[in-house]
Structure formats: C-alpha cells, structure tokens
Design a protein around this ligand. Structure first.
Ligand code: MG
Length: 382
C-alpha cells in the first residue's frame, strides 16, 4: 500500500545509533519490531500489571496483553490513514517496556526514591531499556533501534531529562511533535487502557453497570446493545458495549485525524513534526466523552478503596526494596553489584542509585513481592 507523504518511511529513516547493513527480507521498522519481541524486557511485560496485581486473577490484563491491544488499535488506524503500520506496531509493543512492577504506584514510589538522583520516569526508562539495558548484541548495547521507533517510545519527557537524551530529546526542547505514528500510538494507548480497565473493573466487581451509566460514552452504547438484544448474559452485555465504545473511539479518531491531515497532503514528516500541537486527535465531542470516561475511572477504579490498599502496599514494597539495595548494593545479584560499583566510581551515589533503579524497574510484580519477602522476612534464609 502506498504511504502518505507525511508517513514515516523506512528508506528515509534517520537511522540507527550504530550503522548496520539494511535488512534483506524486511524493512528497518519490521526489524525494530522483531528485536523488541525477542527482548527480555518484552517477556517481562506478561508479569507486570497496571491496576490489578497478577495474583488477583489470571484473566486480567497485564502489560503484555495491553501492549498487544495497543498494537492492534494503532495498526488498524495506521493502515486507514496510510501511515506506517510497521513503525506503529514497533512503538506500541515497546511503549511500556520501562514500567516498574505494580503500575503507577511502583513508578511513583521509585520516582520518590530517586528524587536526589535525577528522578525516575517510565517513558524515559522504556527508551533506556531499548538503548542501554538490553544487553545481548555483540556490536552494540541495547537493541539499536531506528530513530523513529525511539522517538515514538519517548512520548513524554521532562526538559531536564530531554537535555541528556540527544536527538530524541530535541523535540521536547523545541516544543515539537513526534511523527504521526508516535502520535497515533499515544492515543491508541489511552483507548486500550480506558476500555480494558472498564472491562476488568466490571469483572473484578469494583465497578457496576449502574455506576457506568454516568459515563455518556458507556451509557449510549449500553442502551444500543439493550435495544438490539432482548436477553444477554452479563458477559455479553459488557463485551458488546465495550467493543462498541472502542469502535466509536477508533472511528472518531480516524475521521478527525484524516480531516486534520488534509491541509498537509504532499508535505513531509518534518512538516508535521514542526507543528506546535499533535494532529492525531479526537473530534471535540469525543474529546469530552473520552475525558469523562477517564475521570470516571480515576474516581471509581484507580481510587477504589481495594485498589488503594494494594497500591499503598506496593509503594511500600518498592520504597523498602530501594532503600535496602541502595544502602547495601551487595544484596543485588553480583553482576548488578559490579555494575553499581563501576557506576559509583564514574558518577558517585547518583550512578549507584541509577543501577538500583534499573534493577527494581526490571522486576516483575511477582519477583518484587518475593524479593521483598526474602530481604525483609528474617526467617526466610535465602
Ligand atoms: Mg500503555
């Protein structure tokens, strides 16, 4: 399929940090995607969660299934808009690689622990995973991905950190945009988690259909489903409503974005990068409805008493792990200890703390729980 003029194109990519021969059977963005799928960090996503810790049930979303849902949404939109499907997929599959265990609670706790050492941002960490931490290629550190995939992974970033990141940090300093595939994946991420959190919240019994009637996007599609089918099981009712919500969001996003792109027909990716605001967006009505859905989830799911209790414990686990390992790095596996000591020689306590943060950020939920128990329960002698 012919790509639009403003789509990213593998043949005119800004390239990789270390030059490599072009792949023979696939494009450079396909190669990026394949490297991401073969990475260790990608496999860890299966045991990391956002809202529901893995021991709460096997069928809730984890970061792996979330990333696959984001990839599905972003690929179908990329195809509709004649953007680069392979690049969108690569960005979607990598976008959460830097997440700590225990979702945002884990990230907030680690950011607090790292306050004196430059902080912790999960987006910047996703980039760090693909640039530095994956360590298996002989010729370079990291996965040596293309500029466009790396740019897409770094969706937000503080100005201070942007200054340390070279080429991919520039757009934050110049207040410019990522390419359209990056913009698309960013919104596809929101569509995926808002909807799967409604689904998981209902399944977990933390949300009710009655409560969700207050969300216009949900109420409208629920009414449509009830008017179409006389008798449905709760599961069918939930799924039929949510699939309509996802579809409505995707169609609206595609339509509004196609309209926004009309004046840029024939222009290049750099022309859309230079704009002050993203072109991938919902129409005005859907923007409001999407905000209402998000607000509802904040109030009723992420702020739910049961979720709060688990997340409060998760924060303490991360804080205690950090303080034990940062005080005595020898408690980490020997390769991390060596690495921490080398980093300390180069950049003092900041270097040491960064290695501890990398180690903790790489943990799965289950490993963090078990490691906390091994370190703090004095009767567990391992
Ligand atoms: Mg995500």
């Amino acid at each position: 399929m012919k790509l639009a003029s403003y789509a990213a194109c593998a043949d005119t990519s800004r390239g990789r940090r270390y030059a490599e021969p072009a792949p023979t059977t696939r494009s450079d963005y396909q190669r990026d995607r394949d490297r991401i799928i073969h990475s260790v960090a990608f496999r860890r996503l299966e045991y990391k969660t956002q809202v529901f810790i893995s021991h709460e049930g096997d069928l809730f979303r984890n970061r792996l299934t979330h990333s696959l849902e984001v990839a599905q949404i972003t690929r179908s939109l990329a195809r509709t808009l004649a953007l680069n499907e392979d690049l969108s997929e690569a960005i979607a599959l990598a976008h959460d690689l830097g997440h700590t265990p225990f979702g945002h609670a884990g990230q907030d706790a680690l950011n607090d622990c790292m306050r004196d050492y430059g902080g912790f941002e999960h987006n910047a960490q996703s980039l760090r995973v693909v640039d530095e931490l994956e360590d298996k290629y002989a010729a370079f550190r990291g996965l040596n991905l293309t500029f466009e995939t790396r740019e897409g992974i770094l969706k937000h970033c503080s100005q201070t950190r942007a200054r340390t990141l070279g080429d991919v940090g520039e757009r934050f300093l110049n207040k410019q945009q990522g390419g359209l595939e990056a913009q698309l994946t960013n919104v596809a991420d929101q569509i995926a988690y808002n909807n799967h959190d409604v689904d998981d919240g209902l399944r977990a019994g933390l949300l009710t259909i009655e409560q969700l009637q207050a969300v216009p996007l949900f109420a409208r599609h629920l009414a449509e489903v009830r008017a179409t089918y006389a008798a449905l099981t709760p599961q069918q009712l939930r799924f039929e409503t949510i699939r309509r919500m996802i579809n409505a969001l995707v169609v609206d996003l595609g339509t509004q974005t196609a309209d926004n792109l009309l004046p840029y027909a024939g222009q290049s990716i750099d022309a859309v990068r230079a704009l002050p605001a993203p072109l991938v967006e919902f129409g005005p009505v859907m923007q409001q409805e999407n905000r209402a859905l998000k607000h509802f989830l904040h109030e009723n799911l992420y702020g739910h008493h049961q979720v709060y209790r688990v997340m409060s414990k998760a924060r303490r686990i991360v804080r205690e792990l950090f303080s034990a390992l940062n005080d005595d790095p020898r408690l980490m596996p020997p390769e991390f200890y060596d690495h921490a000591m080398r980093a300390e020689q180069l950049s003092g306590r900041t270097g040491r703390a960064r290695v501890v943060a990398d180690y903790i950020a790489g943990m799965t939920d289950r490993f963090a729980l078990e490691e906390h128990q091994r370190l703090f329960d004095l009767h567990v002698l391992r």
